[in-house]
Design a protein around this ligand. Structure first.
Ligand code: NDP
Ligand code: 2IT
Length: 460
């Protein structure tokens, strides 16, 4: 039973969400989804201390500081002119400079970037590091473009973006469609325009200021978090266990790499066209060559391994995804938002899965999360489980500011320590606020509290 105070706070939150919905368009649905999850789960925190209501932190933290939108004009290899939208959502810099990735994907719009920017504030707060929250990107599609076209686009994008970023102001990084190649071109252009060798982007290639291990950081971090969560919850470790992974990009492939290193058996991966299932364990070297070097579709995997299964999207179960329909001990959604539905959640539970860790941002739908929380599954939400990428981005900022280079071992040790710290903090926060074992509420409360307390301290 909800008490009167809880009901009252629920009512106030519903009014706030309604106001947001009335003032925006359909494309903002994913932002409302992120907002609803967080705001309802922080109710125990809001009612624990009236300062949160007095200082209107919910209202203040759910509106971005600013949204920058700009035009990006570029030439393709045939000298045709193209125009794309560029964005940077600078959401909140209470804890440190705005920090978060850039996404290049045709689906990118303001709503998606607001959802990602909002999640990023809390994720970055959970790391305990001095970084605020932001996200940006473009509806540019890097797929099928030549290196030269990607370079042309990146330089045009930076011609506008450079006005709004800086090592203590806003430090972008990669996300979907933006990896070392794109960050390299973006950094090169920033340097030409400003004549400054600043630590203004993270995920740079190592030979000009990139941190060792940044490419691996998100995927390795997800696995470190999962190991710690299974230990806390008294479950069997990943060693020797079958795991399913979705996606076939940066996060997915380094999740697979760390799973293999720990003696687990990752048997799947997926891209936007289909899913690979290889019961002996996926061939990581082939996947890296296909995806990182040749930028090919996963269907090519079966040319080398005809004994593996390729399931095209058209053959997916109704309302679900093939990748979540296999028996596994642990699942790792690492592709994109809302890629794991209620149908998928039911299939995972039915197939004896004991833990789900989100490598992608908001990959599980609200219905899937609700199903996991009422089943016995250990569920690691994105903002806690995938914070390893941004944590190592912060380490890159430190190295750049100090003009130093850390070893792979040092970064890896600090990453592991950070993921274990986040996991323990999330678990203890859940316990403290009466929702033991619920890592969704634990992460939302712990992250929100850190930013809200700082916002109150800095005043308006
Ligand atoms: P990549 O661009 O390297 O890879 C993305 C992968 O997801 C590709 O396999 C892609 O397939 C697939 N994918 C993208 N969109 C869709 C879609 N609509 N349906 C099905 N599959 C899709 O991106 P990352 O690995 O960097 O990012 C993956 C997720 O992890 C994202 O949610 C991102 O926000 C999150 N993340 C990334 C971090 C990082 O450091 N890079 C840090 C924390 C979170 P295809 O190639 O066919 O499009
Ligand atoms: O979602 C994320 O955390 C990222 N894309 C990485 C952000 C960063 O600044 O490294």
């Amino acid at each position: 039973m909800k008490d009167a105070k809880t009901k009252e706070v629920h009512k106030e939150i519903a009014i706030e969400i309604k106001k947001h919905k009335e003032s925006h368009r359909m494309e903002h649905d994913v932002f409302y989804q992120a907002l609803e999850e967080v705001l309802y789960s922080i109710v125990p925190l809001i009612i624990s201390d009236e300062k949160y209501t007095i200082h209107s932190v919910v209202k203040r933290l759910t509106v971005p500081d600013r949204i920058i939108k700009f035009k990006v004009e570029w030439f393709d290899d045939q000298q045709n002119v193209h125009v794309n939208n560029g964005y940077r959502v600078q959401f909140n810099n209470t804890l440190g400079p705005y920090k978060g990735g850039l996404r290049f994907h045709p689906s990118v719009n303001e709503g998606i970037l607001k959802f990602l920017g909002f999640e990023q504030i809390l994720k970055n707060a959970l790391t305990g590091l001095p970084i605020g929250g932001a996200k940006g990107g473009s509806d540019f599609d890097p797929k099928g473009k030549s290196d030269f076209e990607v370079m042309k686009f990146c330089t045009s994008f930076m011609k506008e973006l450079h006005k709004y970023i800086g090592p203590t102001m806003d430090v972008p990084a990669g996300d979907i469609g933006v990896g070392g190649r794109e960050i390299g071109y973006l950094f090169g252009e920033y340097k030409k325009i400003t004549s400054k060798f600043d630590g203004v982007l993270t995920g740079k290639p190592n030979f000009f200021g990139g941190s060792l291990m940044r490419p691996q950081a998100t995927g390795y971090g997800v696995v470190y978090f999962t190991e710690k969560m299974l230990e806390i919850e008294g479950k069997e470790s990943l060693e020797g266990k079958v795991c399913t992974v979705s996606g076939a990009g940066n996060v997915a492939l380094y999740t697979i790499e760390k799973l293999i290193e720990l003696g687990a058996i990752p048997v799947s991966c997926s891209d936007s066209k289909g899913t690979i299932y290889d019961s002996r364990g996926v061939d990581l070297e082939l996947l890296k060559d296909l995806k990182f070097n040749r930028r090919k579709s996963l269907v090519d995997y079966i040319t080398t391994h005809p004994e593996a299964q390729y399931i095209p999207v058209s053959k997916y179960p109704k309302g679900g995804h093939a990748v979540w329909n296999f028996e596994c001990h642990a699942a790792f959604p690492c592709a994109t938002q809302n890629e794991l539905t209620e149908v998928d959640a039911k299939n995972l539970v039915k197939n004896a899965c004991i833990s789900v860790s989100e490598g992608a941002n908001m990959p599980s739908t609200p219905e899937a999360i609700a199903y996991f929380l009422k089943s016995d599954i250990c569920f690691a939400p994105a903002k806690a489980a995938n914070a390893g990428g941004v944590a190592v981005s912060n380490f890159e900022m430190s190295q750049n500011a100090a003009m130093q280079k850390w070893s792979f071992e040092k970064v890896d040790r600090k990453l592991k320590g950070t993921m274990q710290y986040i996991c323990t903090n999330v678990s203890e926060t859940a316990k403290e606020y009466g929702v033991e074992g619920n890592y969704v509420d634990g992460a939302n409360i712990a992250g929100f509290k850190r930013v809200a307390d700082a916002m109150i301290a800095e005043g308006i």
